[in-house]
Write a protein that binds this ligand. Sequence first.
Ligand code: NAP
Ligand code: ZN
Length: 346
Amino acid sequence: MKAMIFDQPGDPDVLHAADLPTPEPGPGQIRVRVDAVALNRLDLWIRAGQMGRRPIPMPHILGSDVCGQVDALGHGVRGPTVGTHVIVAPGFGCGHCPHCAAGRDSMCPQYQLLGFQVQGGYAQFVVADARNVIPISDNLTPTQWAAVPLDFLTAWHMIVTRAALQPGEDVLVQAAGSGVGSAAIQIARFAGAGRVITTASTAGKLGRGRQLGADVTVNYAEHPDFAKQVLDATGGKGVEVIVDHVGAGTWEQCLACLATGGRLVTCGATGGGDVSFNIQKLYFRQHQIIGSMMGTRSELDRVLDLLAAGRLTPVVDRTFPLEQAPAAHRHMLSRAQFGKIVLKVS
Ligand SMILES: NC(=O)c1ccc[n+]([C@@H]2O[C@H](COP(=O)([O-])OP(=O)(O)OC[C@H]3O[C@@H](n4cnc5c(N)ncnc54)[C@H](OP(=O)(O)O)[C@@H]3O)[C@@H](O)[C@H]2O)c1
Ligand SMILES: [Zn+2]
């Protein structure tokens, strides 16, 4: 099969086309013919060798967000039938540890991501355990479905599960144009938020943020002290929930506009992971800082149902042919995208 692989970490041009043996599905597995695979920021870091010492299979095939068709069933697998349109769950636990047994998949010590610890979807075929291959409806294109799994799951877990957003609470979503942000604006709106406030670095992205459901937008490139705008928009109260994934660069301003009793939920550190905060302010304001990682299978099923019903909408920035994966990575690095960048596989 054709795949875009890298043999050594480095800049986007380490990604190159290769002919690899088509993977065979083992017992209990399914081979999926990939139609489309979306990029995630994670791909940039894995490709650049910035994910620490965690071992990855080499040469490596990136790609956590796969949409395709069932191509072959391994021994013991009864369905879905060949040709069924599916996505692959982007993350999966071991299935039998205490966390997995309790449905907390992403707390599993063996939790793995497609395209990270196992070979992913920058290829014509990918193999996955049958339990992670999920039939999808035909109301969206393969490109749109590929734009869904990882970020909608993450944003749902952050807002609904970890922050436990209550109806009427105000929410601040950082970076409207990010994969996480473009999903989070919609999920906050769906979950009954009061005001949804979002940030971005350009007027164009802020306009798109409003189309997705944001009531108030703040250009944090022009206003790095965006807490003031958020406080003004909420009558001085601040927001009850903040969805952050930038870290350094937004952290202190986030805490400055978090309402008393508010929850700052973070899943990322695109701008850097080292931040500082004041413990006295933390307890005096009764703030909660909450970490969030991917989500559970039942949450994924829930967001897929909402996408199928048209209650949530995938946000696709643009597509590239699989062979142009280096250009797609450069496009993400340029910070110009709004929503997901998707590779189409022929
Ligand atoms: N823990 C989890 O389960 C999980 C899951 C998904 C993602 N994440 C993390 O969440 C973050 C966002 O991921 P994503 O895939 O949504 O990213 P993305 O689509 O590439 O979006 C990143 C956006 O962040 C904004 N940004 C702010 N400061 C930035 C900086 N210093 N450098 C680059 N961009 C900056 C940019 O928008 P503006 O130009 O408008 O500022 C940029 O477009 C990443 O850190 C990722 O690893 C974590
Ligand atoms: Zn487990």
